[in-house]
Structures are given as structure tokens and as C-alpha cells.
Design a protein around this ligand. Structure first.
Ligand code: PLP
Length: 455
């Protein structure tokens, strides 16, 4: 069957605008699987190659400017290259990048996290969110002496073996390729809207060590969770000795300086962090109750006559990430960056909704805090009757074939870079002018999609 995309005016316009990216993508295919380094950057015909960025904008290798809603996969609440973060990083680079010794920077970084995050009594640093969630799960198993893990379908917690089943596939508990069956069998992937099943498992299965989830819901709220449900989870886990883990890799220091846990007023036992915590550089952390983090503590483990959890890691709390993180966290508090980004997102959601209404497109814009989701799926009750719980995970994830891809390409052609779900993340560096330009780009892009019969 001929590929309908080859006749796509959107794709032609994208190719015409981005020959430099096309040339790099051609080279990349010879040395990188599919030419990419992160699955979510894979798009037909090829993704953008960026040359530089500043504030809320980035430029590709052909010199085109984009309003950036990919936001460093969520790491850039302050936008690109905040001058104070850059200064702290530059000064640290002059002093050294790796001391193989403790640094004042790591202590100051940990102190700030403990000050801001309600659940944080102790912190352990890592190089990524994947490592942080892996450690949170191991700490939970060590603390409880139990084996199983409860997770919600489609919530993302990194790509380590334990959290692969039930993320993008294998909701039936079978292993994804490359993961042993025995490992997959220890992870129970439950539909978060099946409250009765979640309660049954938490209250009857005495081998569950931990439950982990994104507190706003899968893909930062695309499949939203309610505060009332989170309160029940807190209660069921407390009553049954299960460790409650909030994966705040995206929401931490974004929804509120104290994370989603401060916004909801619910304190988990452990919190996993990455992205914003390291100020735009690589880094991650697990934070939480001292008695659980003591699994990593030499003296506490010896006192308890218990085996200590082994945890080296060459770049744990790399001093450059540590100063970037501490500086960014200070600025976030001082400049009320979360509040500003949240307010900008609310405005953007309203502006994009107005465009949908004006053009009579039956899609929906939604989201919490500084996040927006573009829902293109079936909405039996219309925009006004949109009810996530009724649509369920499958309904919320289902997009008309190829529409999301063409929308992203069309938005690129019109100077906006969306994240792939599709949607995006606001920073405190975006401006009113960016929002206006984005709404205009959305209007243009919808026109292009309409000409291709996609809306
Ligand atoms: C909620 C969540 N947890 C964990 C991770 C994994 O973090 P990293 O990509 O730093 O390994 C991500 C990454 O997007 C995430 O969104």
C-alpha cells in the first residue's frame, strides 16, 4: 500500500524547511539505531537537530527558531540557559568536574531538597531518573523483606527491568523482550481506574513491597488521578506496610516547589527525582524517610545487623550537576517559578481551546499545573462531557492514526516544538508573546491537517 504520508503537504513543508536535520539524520542512521538516542525523539521522516537554545526557544541546524514545549523532557522549568545557573556551572567547571571526594555542593544540594520536599529526611543521588526509581524499589524491598511491586499501567518509571512490564505494552504481566519472565512476574501492572482491584491487592497480597506511580497520573496527568484516590492509596499502604513511592521525576519542583506531594498534601514514604532537581544537567535522587534510606547507611545497617544495600555510581552528585541543581532550586523558590509556569500553562490551555472552538475541531486541551495534553481521540460526550475515568487509559491514549505525528510536524513548520504525547511543558521563561505565537501556529497547523483530511 502506498504510504499516504508521501503525499502530505505537511511532510513536504517540513522537509523543505529542515534540510540540515535531514542530512544529519541520514548520517545518524549509520551509527545510531534508528538514528536517535531517545525513543521519544523518533518520528517520521526524521526529527529536528538542534544547534542552540535560549530561554523558551531553541534553533535547529538550519537556523529555524522554535518555541520549545519539550522543555528538556521536563528538566527546564527555568527555560534554557538561565544566567545564574550558567554562571554557577561555569564556575564549577573551572574548579573541577569530578573530585572522587565529597563536595560542599552535594551537601548544599541535599539540604535544599530536604528543605523543600515534605517527604525528604534523607537523599541519595544518582545520574538519572531510571536509577532513582530502581533504587527506590530496592530500598522498599530491603525495608519490607517483600518481593512484589505494584505499578499502574502506562505510568513511566524509567527503562530498568522491573518497570518495563505494563508501561507501553504487556499489560497482562508478560515480560517485554530482554527481561526474564521471573522478573516480570514480580511486577503487578494494574489499571489505576480499577480502584477495587488496587485495594484488593494492597490489602490482601502480603508480598507487595511498594507501589510506585506518577502522582498526577500517567504521562504527567494524561490519564489523571484524583486526590481522593491518592488519599486512599496513602491509607491502604500505611495500614498494610507497603512503601508508597511518588515518582516525582517530572512533577518534583514543577507542580510546586514541594512537588505534587506538597500540592496534594499527601506525604509518600519515598520520592524519586530527576530532571529539574539537577538544574538542566544529568542527575537524579531518591529521597524519603530516614528509616528506609538507612538501608544505604553503613553504620545503621551494622547496628541493625542487616546487610547494607550496595550503591556506588561514578557520577553520583557530580559537582557540576550539584551546583546547577542547588542554584535552580533557589531560583525556583525566589522567583515563584512554579506559580508562573502554572499560570502560563492555564492561559495556553485556554488559548488553544479557543482555537479548537473557532475551527470547530473536536479535540480537547487539558492538563494540570504547567502541563498541557492535546486529546484527539473519541469523545462520545463531547468536550463538555469529557470524563477521563469513563474513557479509561486506553481511550485516553488512543489517537487517530498518524494525526499526532502530522500535528507535531505541522507545528514544527509553524515554529513550535511539541512533546510527543502530544502536548508539552511550560517554563517560567515563556512569555505572553510566545503563547500568542503558539496559538497562531496551532491555527495554521490545524488548517494544514484539515487540508489533509486529518480533522
Ligand atoms: C515519571 C518519570 N519517571 C522516571 C523517568 C526516567 O528518568 P530518566 O529519563 O532520567 O532515566 C522519567 C523520564 O522521563 C519520568 O518521566
Amino acid at each position: 500500500m502506498p504510504d499516504p504520508a508521501t503525499n502530505s503537504g505537511i511532510e513536504r513543508a517540513y522537509r523543505e524547511r529542515t534540510p540540515g536535520s535531514a542530512a544529519l539524520a541520514d548520517k545518524a542512521r549509520h551509527v545510531l539505531p534508528s538514528g536517535v538516542v531517545h525513543d521519544s525523539r523518533h518520528i517520521r521522516p526524521y526529527g529536528l537537530y538542534a544547534a542552540r537554545a535560549q530561554g523558551p526557544h531553541k534553533w535547529d541546524v538550519d537556523g529555524n527558531r522554535y518555541i520549545d514545549y519539550f522543555g528538556g523532557h521536563g528538566a527546564l522549568l527555568l527555560g534554557h540557559n538561565h544566567p545564574e545557573v550558567m554562571q554557577a556551572v561555569t564556575e564549577q567547571l573551572q574548579r573541577g568536574t569530578h573530585f572522587a571526594a565529597g563536595s560542599e555542593a552535594e551537601v548544599r544540594w541535599a539540604e535544599k531538597i530536604c528543605e523543600l520536599l515534605p517527604s525528604a529526611e534523607r537523599v541519595r543521588f544518582h545520574s538519572s531518573g531510571t536509577e532513582a526509581t530502581q533504587m527506590a524499589l530496592r530500598l522498599s524491598r530491603a525495608f519490607t523483606g517483600r518481593n512484589k511491586l505494584l505499578r499502574f499501567q502506562a505510568h513511566y518509571h524509567g527503562w530498568q527491568d522491573d518497570m518495563t512490564t505494563g508501561y507501553a505494552s504487556h499489560y497482562d504481566g508478560t515480560p517485554v523482550i530482554g527481561v526474564p519472565r521471573e522478573v516480570a512476574a514480580q511486577t503487578l501492572a494494574v489499571d489505576p481506574y480499577d480502584e477495587a482491584e488496587v485495594e484488593r491487592l494492597l490489602t490482601t497480597d502480603t508480598d507487595i513491597a511498594a507501589i510506585i506511580f506518577e502522582p498526577l497520573g500517567a504521562a504527567t496527568g494524561k490519564v489523571p488521578l484524583t486526590r481522593a484516590f491518592l488519599e486512599k492509596l496513602r491509607q491502604w499502604t500505611t495500614e498494610n506496610g507497603v512503601v508508597l513511592i511518588f515518582d516525582e521525576v517530572v512533577t518534583g519542583f514543577r507542580v510546586d516547589p514541594g512537588g505534587a506531594q506538597a500540592a496534594f498534601g499527601i506525604t509518600p514514604d519515598l520520592t524519586t527525582l530527576a530532571k529539574i532537581v539537577a538544574g538542566g544537567l544529568p542527575g537524579g535522587a531518591v529521597a524519603g524517610k530516614a528509616e528506609i534510606l538507612e538501608g544505604l547507611d553503613f553504620e545503621a545497617s551494622a547496628r541493625a545487623k542487616r546487610e547494607k544495600i550496595n550503591h556506588p555510581g561514578t557520577f553520583n552528585a557530580c559537582p557540576v550537576s550539584a551546583v546547577a541543581g542547588r542554584t535552580a532550586l533557589d531560583i525556583i523558590v525566589r522567583d515563584e517559578a512554579c506559580g508562573r509556569a502554572n499560570q502560563l500553562a492555564e492561559e495556553l490551555r485556554a488559548r488553544l481551546t479557543a482555537v479548537l472552538e473557532e475551527l470547530n475541531v473536536p479535540w480537547l486541551i487539558y492538563g494540570e499545573a504547567s502541563v498541557f495534553h492535546i486529546f484527539m481521540g473519541d469523545m462520545p460526550a463531547g468536550r463538555a462531557g469529557f470524563a477521563p475515568q469513563t474513557l479509561g487509559r486506553e481511550g485516553l491514549h488512543k489517537q487517530p492514526a498518524d494525526a499526532a505525528r502530522r500535528l507535531r510536524l505541522a507545528m514544527n513548520v509553524n515554529g513550535v516544538d511539541l512533546a510527543g504525547w502530544p502536548g508539552g511543558l511550560l517554563s517560567a521563561a515563556h512569555t505572553e508573546a510566545d503563547l500568542e505565537e503558539t496559538a497562531e501556529a496551532f491555527r495554521e497547523s490545524l488548517g494544514m491537517l484539515r487540508r489533509e483530511g486529518m480533522v
